[in-house]
Design a protein around this ligand. Structure first.
Ligand code: ADP
Ligand code: MG
Length: 398
């Protein structure tokens, strides 16, 4: 186990009131319907455990990006509270207040087994600044603080870290599982450990690559960042493909570091290129060192697909972040799909992180075939960069 903090299992919750930070930051349509309930579902095991163990539960979360000057109807947490009721069959109360008397009264009425959802914590600007008054107020709502909001655990904000300064603070099951899974790949991966890194820019993934080189046996590179690596390898041109000239040297250092450590880095050998990002009149496949000046790389080519699928087939652990191409367009989704299928079919522990990577896997209907799909984009990236999450740090040590 790579999780070193106390969890809800380690404290006596019977007859206690729990103030719990969840991540109910769900997408809503124009009629306030929840369009993806993944995050609400992810919080249920902890809520269920607390209820069954006789605790009264007060839930809080942010939703969207309020201005912080008060109530905004389209960013209310009410639809999320209703979704929780629908998914669990539990009675879920909701109060349209977070820090005022109305909230305090509703909290005081919470009895063992009750579930109350507070209004969006970010309707008050001070929450994001981890204001001490916010921390004290939220802590006053419970005997014990539970953090299960993995998606915001990397933010040192009032509802994430604040109550831990005043009352015992422990992790929920989602937080525990996320942190354990995403840190275990570095401490005790079953080998071979193949990491797949794609997406758009090298600059945004440098921390991830740096840390993965210390743990993985093979790193597969795709997406827009591949072109900066081509330049680092000395290829004369990448045409009009995405490239970051300022990062070429850093990419070259990365290749050298990998070589010194005996870590294999796989780069695309061929690419699907086009003449124009928007129009795509021409779509053709070219070798990596022969991209024409007026062509833009949009996806990995068929030879690369085969090469990558073969490497994934032999893996025992796979971590994947970042699509292999511009998968949002069907013409350039093939490389990502082949890689996703190879991961799904491989006899390995597969861990997926990153918003667009998860969207790609859902698009191909392969989510059920992965071992773990992280619910947190930014938080999962920070863990994979080897950073500690403030929300986790604030919890009691096990
Ligand atoms: P994640 O959200 O999984 O961490 P990123 O945000 O890093 O992934 O990258 C996803 C984006 O990278 C997608 O919008 C995709 O279109 C883009 N991308 C992939 N390949 C290319 C490419 N060859 N050129 C430009 N953008 C690319
Ligand atoms: Mg993204």
């Amino acid at each position: 186990m790579a999780f070193t903090k106390k969890t809800v299992r380690d404290v006596d919750v019977e007859g206690k009131r729990i103030i719990m930070r969840v991540d109910f930051n769900v997408p809503l349509d124009e009629n306030q319907n929840v369009t993806d309930d993944t995050r609400v579902r992810a919080a249920i095991p902890t809520i269920k455990y607390l209820k069954e163990h006789g605790a009264g539960i007060v839930l809080m979360s942010h939703l969207g990006r309020p201005k912080g000057d008060g109530f905004e109807p389209e960013l209310s947490l009410k639809p999320a509270a209703e979704k929780l009721a629908e998914l669990t069959g539990y009675e879920v109360k909701f109060v349209d207040d977070t820090y005022g008397d109305k909230a305090a009264e509703a909290v005081a009425a919470v009895k063992p087994g009750d579930i109350l959802v507070l209004e969006n914590v970010r309707f008050l600007k001070a929450e994001k600044k981890n204001d001490p008054e916010v921390a004290k107020k939220l802590a006053s709502y419970g005997d014990i603080f539970v953090l299960d909001a993995f998606g915001t655990a990397h933010r040192a904000q009032g509802s994430v870290v604040g109550p831990a300064a005043h009352i015992p603070a422990v992790a929920g099951f989602l937080l525990e599982k996320e942190v354990d899974t995403l840190t275990s790949i570095f401490s005790e991966p079953e080998r071979p450990f193949v990491a797949i890194v794609g997406g758009s820019k090298v600059s945004s993934k440098i921390g991830v690559l740096d840390h993965l080189i210390d743990a993985a046996d093979t790193i597969i590179i795709g997406g827009g960042m591949a072109y900066t690596f081509f330049l680092a390898k000395g290829y004369k041109t990448v045409g009009t493909s995405l490239k970051e000239e300022d990062w070429v040297e850093r990419a070259a250092e990365m290749l050298k570091k990998a070589e010194d450590k005996g870590v294999k880095i796989l780069l695309p050998v061929d690419n699907v290129v086009t003449d124009d990002f928007a129009e795509n009149n021409v779509i053709e496949t070219v070798p990596s060192d022969q991209i024409p000046e007026d062509r833009m790389g949009m996806d990995i080519g068929p030879k690369t697909e085969a090469l990558y699928a073969e490497a994934i087939k032999g893996a025992k652990t796979v971590f994947w972040n970042g699509p292999m191409g511009v998968f949002e367009k069907d013409a350039f989704a093939h490389g990502t799909e082949v890689v996703a299928r190879a991961v799904a079919d491989s006899d390995c522990t597969s861990i997926i992180g990153g918003g667009d990577s998860v969207a790609a896997i859902n698009k191909f209907g392969l989510a059920d075939k992965m071992s773990w799909i992280s619910t947190g984009g930014g938080a999962s990236m920070e863990l994979v960069e080897g950073k500690a999450l403030p929300g986790v740090e604030a919890l009691l040590d096990a």
